[in-house]
Design a protein around this ligand. Structure first.
Ligand SMILES: Cc1ncc(C[n+]2csc(CCOP(=O)(O)OP(=O)(O)O)c2C)c(N)n1
Length: 400
């Protein structure tokens, strides 16, 4: 049974965190909750244990109300993880990247619906998340496919210190015509971050980035020597890899995956394993992340490197970081097919034919494979399938 919190208990918890800061115990960024106790206690009456709660940079109240014991929340905050509180068993997840969570929430909800689960996803965002299109994409998707997901917009009329009117003029209090959106208003107790007043940094404990968030162990590469003698063309190897992944139950996400079968490469995959998405690369990637939380192996299809830049937040801030910032509680075994129209008849100009392989290698800590032969394509996808990590596999249309 989750603890039933009172307004006064919640306020006392945050006051104590504020005092720890004044006592030089929190030399890093944190955001205190305050002023929305009654609204949240009310909303959490509808949230069941086992439901997913997706939180934001301001996560303390959500974590407590979803049943994470106060001593655990306090310990995490003291470890520099105020913005990184996770609990895999209780389905508690957060991201401090504004706009980063709605697509992930939609992906979890899509997976829950496919599994005919009774669970729901509750995605809490500030009014700052209303500022970008990422929330809109996810709400439209959830409404369109009637997914079990509610977005709760916590409107304190402030993003850092700017009011909604300053940011949006007459459209400041945007009205969502969606059954999946709840918006409540509140006046926040604390400043945007920390508490007023400077602490004495010379007395504060400071650790390195790697001490707060240990690096992941590098993946071991696999050789699959038995494949070396095979003779197979590059494109046939892609088709064979997709067929094998399909037989193993993978889900193929992207646009042109149903219509056109991703240039014919998915022709042997069953229809229900192909999820045709809107042309919204961040949403696509978030859907894959969310589905991977529920045990699916998603394969995202990007038909050009150029378009992956629209999903940079999902790939670099989320797919690459979730395992590390959650201290291994959440993993993201997503396979990214990164096709580059690098030459030949597929060449389509500077915004359609970039080869960003080196850029991706520099941006992410997981494996980026760039197979150049059919056998290497087979090996790359086999390695990806066995790995419990995300993998980018570059596909070169010049070799199709
Ligand atoms: C993509 C992105 N841009 C900017 C920031 C910096 N930032 C952190 S919190 C915040 C304001 C968010 O305001 P709101 O969503 O209303 O939440 P509140 O802090 O008011 O609870 C900003 C701009 C960020 N974390 N992520």
């Amino acid at each position: 049974m989750r603890k039933q919190w009172t307004k006064e208990e919640l306020i006392t918890f945050e006051n104590e965190i504020g005092d720890l800061y004044m006592d030089n115990k929190l030399p890093f960024l944190f955001h205190l909750s305050g002023g929305n106790e009654e609204q949240l206690i009310d909303i959490f009456k509808d949230i069941k244990e086992g439901d997913y709660v997706i939180s934001s940079h301001r996560s303390h109240y959500h974590a407590l109300l979803h049943g994470i014991p106060p001593e655990v929340v306090k310990k995490r905050i003291l470890e520099g993880r105020s913005m990184f509180i996770y609990d895999r068993k209780r389905n508690f997840f957060c991201s401090a990247i504004i706009g980063g969570t709605p697509a992930i929430a939609a992906g979890i909800a899509l997976a829950l619906k496919r599994k005919k689960s009774k669970q729901r996803v509750w995605c809490f965002v500030g009014d700052g998340t209303e500022d970008s299109g990422h929330l809109f994409e996810a709400v439209r998707y959830v409404d369109g496919f009637e997914l079990p997901c509610t977005f709760v917009i916590e409107n304190n009329n402030r993003s850092v210190e700017a009011t909604n009117e300053e940011r949006w003029g007459k459209t400041a209090d945007y009205k969502w015509g969606s059954p999946s959106v709840i918006k409540y208003h509140y006046d926040i107790t604390y400043p945007h971050a920390r508490k007023p007043g400077m602490i004495d940094l010379s007395k504060a404990v400071k650790k390195t980035d790697e001490e707060y968030f240990p690096l992941l162990k590098p993946e071991t590469s696999r050789s699959f020597e038995e494949l070396d003698k095979l003779e197979i063309t590059y494109k046939d190897a892609v088709i064979q890899s997709m067929t094998e992944l399909g037989k193993a139950g993978a889900i193929f996400i992207g646009y042109n995956v149903r219509r056109g079968d991703a240039m014919g490469t998915l022709k042997n995959v069953s229809e229900e394993q192909k999820i045709e998405t809107p042309v919204a690369e961040n949403l696509m990637s978030g859907l894959a992340i969310g589905m991977s939380f529920e045990g699916f192996t998603p394969v995202i299809y990007f038909e050009r490197h150029d378009f992956m830049l629209v999903a940079a937040d999902a790939i670099v801030n989320h797919i690459d970081k979730i395992e590390r910032i959650s201290h291994g509680e959440y993993t993201v075994p997503v396979i990214i097919r990164a096709i580059t129209a690098d030459a030949g008849p597929f060449y389509s100009g500077p915004t359609h034919s970039q080869d960003l392989t080196d850029a991706f290698k520099a941006l992410v800590s997981f494996s980026v494979f760039d197979p150049l032969t059919g056998v290497d394509v087979l090996k790359a996808f086999k390695s990806a399938e066995l790995s419990k990590r995300p993998v980018i596999i570059v596909e070169r249309k010049s070799r199709y």
